[in-house]
Design a binder for this molecule. Sequence first.
Ligand code: GLN
Length: 294
Amino acid sequence: MKSYKEALHNAAEVLAQADIEEAVNDSWLLLQYVTGITRSEYFLRPDTTLSEVQQQKFFALVEKRAEHIPLQHITGMQEFMGMNFLVNKHVLIPRQDTEILVETALELWKKQSVGVDSEQNAVGQNEILDMCTGSGCIAISLAALAKNARVSAVDISPEALCVAKKNAENLCHGKVTFYQGDLFAALNEKCKFQMIVSNPPYIPSADIETLMPEVREYEPRLALDGTEDGLYFYRKLAAQAGNYLAADGWILFEIGCEQADDVRMLLEENGFCDIFVRKDYAGLDRVVGGRKVS
Ligand code: GLN
Protein backbone atom coordinates (compact mmCIF):
# COMPACT_ATOMS: atom_id res chain seq x y z
CA MET A 1 0.00 0.00 0.00
CA LYS A 2 1.11 3.57 -0.63
CA SER A 3 2.11 6.05 2.04
CA TYR A 4 0.12 9.27 2.47
CA LYS A 5 2.97 11.10 0.81
CA GLU A 6 3.16 8.80 -2.23
CA ALA A 7 -0.60 8.80 -2.61
CA LEU A 8 -0.67 12.59 -2.57
CA HIS A 9 2.12 12.82 -5.07
CA ASN A 10 0.45 10.36 -7.48
CA ALA A 11 -2.92 12.06 -7.12
CA ALA A 12 -1.49 15.52 -7.78
CA GLU A 13 0.11 14.19 -10.97
CA VAL A 14 -3.15 12.68 -12.18
CA LEU A 15 -5.04 15.90 -11.50
CA ALA A 16 -2.41 18.14 -13.04
CA GLN A 17 -2.51 15.99 -16.19
CA ALA A 18 -6.26 16.49 -16.30
CA ASP A 19 -5.76 20.29 -16.12
CA ILE A 20 -7.18 20.66 -12.64
CA GLU A 21 -6.02 24.07 -11.48
CA GLU A 22 -5.50 23.29 -7.81
CA ALA A 23 -4.11 19.79 -8.30
CA VAL A 24 -2.04 19.66 -5.11
CA ASN A 25 -4.62 21.25 -2.87
CA ASP A 26 -7.47 19.15 -4.22
CA SER A 27 -5.40 15.97 -3.72
CA TRP A 28 -4.80 16.98 -0.14
CA LEU A 29 -8.49 17.70 0.48
CA LEU A 30 -9.45 14.32 -0.95
CA LEU A 31 -6.85 12.57 1.21
CA GLN A 32 -8.19 14.38 4.23
CA TYR A 33 -11.74 13.44 3.26
CA VAL A 34 -10.90 9.75 2.89
CA THR A 35 -8.58 9.32 5.89
CA GLY A 36 -9.74 12.04 8.25
CA ILE A 37 -6.16 13.13 8.98
CA THR A 38 -5.31 16.72 9.83
CA ARG A 39 -2.44 18.62 8.28
CA SER A 40 -0.32 18.34 11.41
CA GLU A 41 -0.89 14.57 11.59
CA TYR A 42 0.24 14.35 8.00
CA PHE A 43 3.42 16.34 8.62
CA LEU A 44 4.25 14.25 11.69
CA ARG A 45 3.78 10.93 9.88
CA PRO A 46 3.76 11.31 6.09
CA ASP A 47 4.99 7.73 5.66
CA THR A 48 1.96 6.15 7.27
CA THR A 49 0.38 3.79 4.77
CA LEU A 50 -3.20 3.90 3.63
CA SER A 51 -5.37 0.86 4.24
CA GLU A 52 -6.44 -1.02 1.13
CA VAL A 53 -9.97 0.33 1.40
CA GLN A 54 -8.72 3.90 1.86
CA GLN A 55 -6.36 3.64 -1.07
CA GLN A 56 -9.06 2.31 -3.39
CA LYS A 57 -11.51 4.95 -2.31
CA PHE A 58 -8.94 7.73 -2.55
CA PHE A 59 -7.89 6.94 -6.12
CA ALA A 60 -11.50 6.40 -7.20
CA LEU A 61 -12.28 9.91 -5.99
CA VAL A 62 -9.16 11.31 -7.64
CA GLU A 63 -10.44 9.82 -10.92
CA LYS A 64 -13.76 11.54 -10.42
CA ARG A 65 -12.05 14.86 -9.78
CA ALA A 66 -9.96 14.30 -12.91
CA GLU A 67 -13.27 14.28 -14.82
CA HIS A 68 -13.78 17.83 -13.51
CA ILE A 69 -16.53 16.87 -11.12
CA PRO A 70 -16.34 19.71 -8.55
CA LEU A 71 -14.51 18.76 -5.40
CA GLN A 72 -17.53 19.89 -3.39
CA HIS A 73 -19.76 17.41 -5.21
CA ILE A 74 -17.36 14.65 -4.22
CA THR A 75 -17.11 15.64 -0.57
CA GLY A 76 -20.70 16.97 -0.43
CA MET A 77 -19.55 20.05 1.50
CA GLN A 78 -18.51 23.67 1.14
CA GLU A 79 -17.47 26.00 3.90
CA PHE A 80 -19.10 29.43 3.94
CA MET A 81 -18.91 32.04 6.70
CA GLY A 82 -17.10 29.46 8.85
CA MET A 83 -19.92 26.91 8.60
CA ASN A 84 -20.06 23.65 6.66
CA PHE A 85 -22.87 23.59 4.11
CA LEU A 86 -24.14 20.44 2.46
CA VAL A 87 -24.19 20.79 -1.31
CA ASN A 88 -25.22 18.65 -4.25
CA LYS A 89 -25.91 19.08 -7.95
CA HIS A 90 -29.18 20.90 -7.24
CA VAL A 91 -27.60 23.98 -5.63
CA LEU A 92 -24.97 26.51 -6.54
CA ILE A 93 -21.81 25.82 -4.55
CA PRO A 94 -21.46 28.76 -2.14
CA ARG A 95 -18.71 31.15 -3.27
CA GLN A 96 -16.35 33.10 -1.10
CA ASP A 97 -17.35 36.27 -2.99
CA THR A 98 -20.82 35.89 -1.56
CA GLU A 99 -19.44 36.38 1.95
CA ILE A 100 -19.09 40.08 1.03
CA LEU A 101 -22.85 40.24 0.54
CA VAL A 102 -23.42 38.63 3.94
CA GLU A 103 -20.91 40.94 5.62
CA THR A 104 -22.49 44.01 4.03
CA ALA A 105 -25.92 42.85 5.19
CA LEU A 106 -24.63 42.29 8.72
CA GLU A 107 -23.05 45.75 8.89
CA LEU A 108 -26.25 47.45 7.74
CA TRP A 109 -28.28 45.28 10.07
CA LYS A 110 -26.20 46.38 13.04
CA LYS A 111 -26.60 50.04 12.12
CA GLN A 112 -30.31 49.81 11.41
CA SER A 113 -31.64 47.28 13.82
CA VAL A 114 -31.79 48.23 17.44
CA GLY A 115 -32.38 44.60 18.26
CA VAL A 116 -35.35 45.24 20.51
CA ASP A 117 -38.20 42.83 21.06
CA SER A 118 -39.83 42.36 17.66
CA GLU A 119 -43.34 42.62 19.15
CA GLN A 120 -42.77 46.31 19.75
CA ASN A 121 -41.39 47.05 16.33
CA ALA A 122 -42.86 48.42 13.17
CA VAL A 123 -44.08 46.04 10.47
CA GLY A 124 -41.26 44.03 8.93
CA GLN A 125 -38.70 45.46 11.35
CA ASN A 126 -36.82 42.28 12.18
CA GLU A 127 -37.51 40.43 8.95
CA ILE A 128 -34.89 39.52 6.36
CA LEU A 129 -35.63 37.82 3.04
CA ASP A 130 -33.10 35.87 1.00
CA MET A 131 -34.40 35.57 -2.56
CA CYS A 132 -33.04 32.64 -4.64
CA THR A 133 -31.58 30.91 -1.61
CA GLY A 134 -30.08 27.80 -3.24
CA SER A 135 -28.11 25.96 -0.54
CA GLY A 136 -29.43 28.52 1.96
CA CYS A 137 -25.92 29.82 2.63
CA ILE A 138 -26.90 33.50 2.82
CA ALA A 139 -30.14 33.01 4.75
CA ILE A 140 -28.58 30.63 7.25
CA SER A 141 -25.51 32.81 7.84
CA LEU A 142 -27.80 35.76 8.52
CA ALA A 143 -30.05 33.69 10.79
CA ALA A 144 -26.96 32.65 12.74
CA LEU A 145 -25.25 36.04 12.85
CA ALA A 146 -27.77 38.90 12.54
CA LYS A 147 -29.07 39.76 15.97
CA ASN A 148 -32.82 39.24 16.41
CA ALA A 149 -33.33 38.63 12.69
CA ARG A 150 -36.20 36.52 11.48
CA VAL A 151 -35.11 35.11 8.18
CA SER A 152 -37.25 33.86 5.30
CA ALA A 153 -35.90 32.38 2.09
CA VAL A 154 -37.36 31.64 -1.33
CA ASP A 155 -36.27 29.34 -4.14
CA ILE A 156 -38.08 28.01 -7.17
CA SER A 157 -36.40 24.61 -6.95
CA PRO A 158 -37.87 22.07 -4.49
CA GLU A 159 -34.62 20.06 -4.72
CA ALA A 160 -32.58 23.11 -3.70
CA LEU A 161 -34.96 23.80 -0.81
CA CYS A 162 -34.47 20.26 0.42
CA VAL A 163 -30.71 20.95 0.71
CA ALA A 164 -31.31 24.38 2.27
CA LYS A 165 -33.65 22.92 4.92
CA LYS A 166 -31.09 20.31 5.92
CA ASN A 167 -28.46 23.03 6.20
CA ALA A 168 -30.78 25.13 8.34
CA GLU A 169 -31.37 22.19 10.69
CA ASN A 170 -27.65 21.51 10.96
CA LEU A 171 -26.45 25.08 11.27
CA CYS A 172 -29.09 27.36 12.78
CA HIS A 173 -31.63 25.11 14.55
CA GLY A 174 -33.95 25.38 11.55
CA LYS A 175 -34.43 29.09 12.22
CA VAL A 176 -35.20 29.99 8.57
CA THR A 177 -38.69 29.85 7.03
CA PHE A 178 -38.51 28.52 3.48
CA TYR A 179 -40.95 29.17 0.64
CA GLN A 180 -41.02 27.49 -2.74
CA GLY A 181 -42.00 29.53 -5.77
CA ASP A 182 -41.10 32.00 -8.48
CA LEU A 183 -39.57 35.07 -6.76
CA PHE A 184 -42.16 37.15 -4.89
CA ALA A 185 -45.03 34.97 -6.13
CA ALA A 186 -43.91 32.53 -3.42
CA LEU A 187 -44.92 35.01 -0.70
CA ASN A 188 -48.11 36.44 0.67
CA GLU A 189 -48.53 40.00 -0.66
CA LYS A 190 -48.70 41.36 2.84
CA CYS A 191 -45.20 40.17 3.82
CA LYS A 192 -42.81 43.01 4.65
CA PHE A 193 -39.08 42.87 5.20
CA GLN A 194 -36.53 45.25 6.59
CA MET A 195 -33.92 43.80 4.31
CA ILE A 196 -34.00 41.79 1.10
CA VAL A 197 -30.78 40.11 -0.01
CA SER A 198 -30.24 38.15 -3.18
CA ASN A 199 -27.52 36.46 -5.13
CA PRO A 200 -29.66 35.61 -8.16
CA PRO A 201 -28.50 33.81 -11.29
CA TYR A 202 -26.64 36.51 -13.22
CA ILE A 203 -24.56 34.98 -15.98
CA PRO A 204 -25.62 35.98 -19.51
CA SER A 205 -26.86 32.78 -21.22
CA ALA A 206 -24.24 32.89 -23.98
CA ASP A 207 -21.39 33.15 -21.44
CA ILE A 208 -22.25 29.88 -19.71
CA GLU A 209 -20.51 27.84 -22.41
CA THR A 210 -17.27 29.72 -21.72
CA LEU A 211 -17.17 28.82 -18.01
CA MET A 212 -14.91 26.13 -16.56
CA PRO A 213 -16.30 22.58 -16.93
CA GLU A 214 -16.84 22.25 -13.18
CA VAL A 215 -19.41 25.05 -13.40
CA ARG A 216 -20.73 24.62 -16.93
CA GLU A 217 -21.36 20.89 -16.70
CA TYR A 218 -22.05 20.24 -13.04
CA GLU A 219 -23.66 23.26 -11.41
CA PRO A 220 -27.39 23.82 -11.98
CA ARG A 221 -28.06 26.01 -14.98
CA LEU A 222 -31.12 27.31 -13.18
CA ALA A 223 -28.76 28.83 -10.59
CA LEU A 224 -26.44 30.40 -13.17
CA ASP A 225 -28.47 31.65 -16.09
CA GLY A 226 -29.51 35.29 -15.86
CA THR A 227 -30.96 35.14 -19.41
CA GLU A 228 -29.73 37.00 -22.45
CA ASP A 229 -28.08 39.99 -20.76
CA GLY A 230 -27.76 38.43 -17.30
CA LEU A 231 -30.01 41.09 -15.74
CA TYR A 232 -33.39 39.34 -15.76
CA PHE A 233 -33.57 38.76 -12.00
CA TYR A 234 -32.26 42.21 -11.05
CA ARG A 235 -34.94 43.77 -13.26
CA LYS A 236 -37.73 41.74 -11.71
CA LEU A 237 -36.50 42.10 -8.15
CA ALA A 238 -35.76 45.83 -8.39
CA ALA A 239 -39.25 46.40 -9.80
CA GLN A 240 -41.09 44.36 -7.16
CA ALA A 241 -39.00 44.64 -4.01
CA GLY A 242 -40.48 48.00 -3.02
CA ASN A 243 -43.84 46.32 -2.38
CA TYR A 244 -42.25 43.96 0.12
CA LEU A 245 -39.84 46.30 1.89
CA ALA A 246 -40.66 48.15 5.08
CA ALA A 247 -40.04 51.92 5.06
CA ASP A 248 -36.29 52.57 4.87
CA GLY A 249 -35.68 48.88 4.13
CA TRP A 250 -32.58 47.84 2.19
CA ILE A 251 -32.17 45.70 -0.89
CA LEU A 252 -28.75 44.14 -1.42
CA PHE A 253 -27.64 42.22 -4.49
CA GLU A 254 -24.57 40.24 -5.32
CA ILE A 255 -23.65 41.11 -8.90
CA GLY A 256 -21.31 39.98 -11.64
CA CYS A 257 -18.29 42.31 -11.67
CA GLU A 258 -19.41 44.11 -14.84
CA GLN A 259 -23.01 44.67 -13.79
CA ALA A 260 -22.63 47.46 -11.20
CA ASP A 261 -23.71 50.30 -13.49
CA ASP A 262 -26.70 48.42 -14.88
CA VAL A 263 -27.94 47.30 -11.48
CA ARG A 264 -27.37 50.73 -9.95
CA MET A 265 -29.49 52.18 -12.74
CA LEU A 266 -32.25 49.63 -12.16
CA LEU A 267 -32.37 50.61 -8.49
CA GLU A 268 -32.42 54.30 -9.40
CA GLU A 269 -35.21 53.79 -11.91
CA ASN A 270 -37.24 52.03 -9.26
CA GLY A 271 -36.88 54.86 -6.78
CA PHE A 272 -34.24 53.49 -4.39
CA CYS A 273 -31.91 55.93 -2.63
CA ASP A 274 -28.49 55.76 -0.91
CA ILE A 275 -27.33 53.38 -3.64
CA PHE A 276 -23.81 52.04 -3.16
CA VAL A 277 -21.44 49.56 -4.80
CA ARG A 278 -19.00 47.44 -2.80
CA LYS A 279 -15.98 45.57 -4.10
CA ASP A 280 -14.84 42.05 -3.25
CA TYR A 281 -11.37 41.09 -1.99
CA ALA A 282 -10.13 40.89 -5.58
CA GLY A 283 -11.11 44.55 -6.06
CA LEU A 284 -14.05 43.73 -8.35
CA ASP A 285 -17.53 45.23 -7.98
CA ARG A 286 -19.55 42.62 -6.11
CA VAL A 287 -22.43 44.10 -4.15
CA VAL A 288 -24.97 46.78 -5.05
CA GLY A 289 -27.41 48.03 -2.46
CA GLY A 290 -30.07 50.67 -2.07
CA ARG A 291 -32.66 51.87 0.42
CA LYS A 292 -36.36 52.24 -0.11
CA VAL A 293 -37.38 55.87 0.20
CA SER A 294 -39.66 56.15 3.22
N1 GLN B 1 -28.06 32.23 -2.76
C1 GLN B 1 -27.30 31.08 -3.12
C2 GLN B 1 -25.83 31.38 -3.09
O1 GLN B 1 -25.45 32.52 -3.02
C3 GLN B 1 -27.72 30.55 -4.48
C4 GLN B 1 -27.51 31.54 -5.56
C5 GLN B 1 -27.98 31.02 -6.92
O2 GLN B 1 -28.50 29.92 -7.05
N2 GLN B 1 -27.82 31.84 -7.90
O3 GLN B 1 -24.99 30.53 -3.13
